[in-house]
Write a protein that binds this ligand. Sequence first.
Ligand code: CMC
Length: 429
Amino acid sequence: MSKLDKVTLTAGDKNVELPVQHPVLGQPCIDIAKLPKETGCFTYDVGFTATAACKSAITYIDGDAGVLLYRGYPIEQLAKNSSFLEVAYLLMNGELPSKTEFDTFEHEVTHHTMMHEAFRTFLYGFRHDAHPMAMMVGMLGSMASFYHGSLDLEDAEQRRLAAIRLIAKVPTIAAACYRYSIGWPIRYPKNNLEFTTRFLHMMKEVPSEPLELNPVAAKALDLLFILHADHEQNASTSTVRLVGSTGANPYACVAAGVAALWGPAHGGANEAVLQMLEEIGRPENVGSAVAKAKDKESGFRLMGFGHRVYKNFDPRAKIIREMCHQVLNELGVNDPLLEVAMKLEVAALKDEYFVQRKLYPNVDFYSGIIYKALGIPTEMFTVMFAIARTAGWVSHWLEQQTDPEAKIGRPRQIYTGYAERDYTALDKR
Ligand code: CMC
């Protein structure tokens, strides 16, 4: 079959030819930019289910085949061979680093881990029981105020530095938010440690005794960071891009990304999964949970199930499921919730409702059990996602800044309000 190069749309008695763009991988896209001019109509696509909003060379997903590539590399290979920081470099720069390039990148990230001391005053203004994600949104939003002198978006080096600062400081801020929420003193980053171990130290170490950290924990968390690092135009990344399209600074863009990530339909699902598993409590309650999820009246969904793009399986979930058993074994953790999760997965996967709708476990289904085994509290789960996704957000933001086709994001609407009417004076209402 020849390559589709145009589509003809008939609008009344007019035929409009629309060019078709072909990506390196994936489905062709009909370029509809000239539609309003040619037909006087806009297109309607709630939730962008049929719309590509940009060109990107960073991440590719084939939802039917369960394929996820970062810069062309399969997620399975990166999960097996790489580290989060190397993946962050790859996402940002497009290629795997040489040894020297990686050392330079690691040195740079490591030496930007400190927070400005004034952050503390800011942090201490939150209520003691604030959710760490609420603090993250505020703290990241405030970052621009500390780097006001290096926010010239026309300057490639300033853009790159902002990306490095975000990758480096988000873990420091995340750990600080957590420690504040439990009343522990904030720890400074230990720059003799590598990225993920350093974060675990900042989060867990108490001043009164040395921290005995099982290397299995850091390795498992690093792997989770790799799996969460990017996922093309998901809701939070699209938010970063939409804010970025206005020319806003990168810290504001990433703070907006954190806010979008927080929702339970997106990154907040990992926290919701654990709450759901705890509520189900025992394997014998799985049947009623599945029945409730199928009942639209209940308003309950199986958290960690379903995905807009993956309609076969989520390759990240496959890796995490295997890893979950291994990590729990190696850490000597026996969590009854794992049994509940496994039974729930089996029950849902053979249920007609889930089969018909192609609903499979997603990245968040098993990740919470691993976080729990690592001693990370539930309210920090989405923060973990934010640390990892920062690498993706900054890479997309950098890409957008040099995209010659980029313009301000400005969707249209189908207006459903009143037609024009006259103002009614107060005494006549
Ligand atoms: N449990 C029960 N029913 C579901 C679920 C679920 N988890 N997910 C989708 N459905 C049903 C939904 O009710 C609809 O049924 P019907 O066709 O009868 O109306 C059908 O499946 C299609 O669902 P949708 O909401 O139109 O699909 P979507 O692509 O808009 O939503 C989703 C994708 C991930 C938001 C959704 O599957 C969901 O809410 N899942 C639970 C939350 C979750 O795990 N989110 C994490 C996503 S992966 C990580 C990330 O991106 O952050």
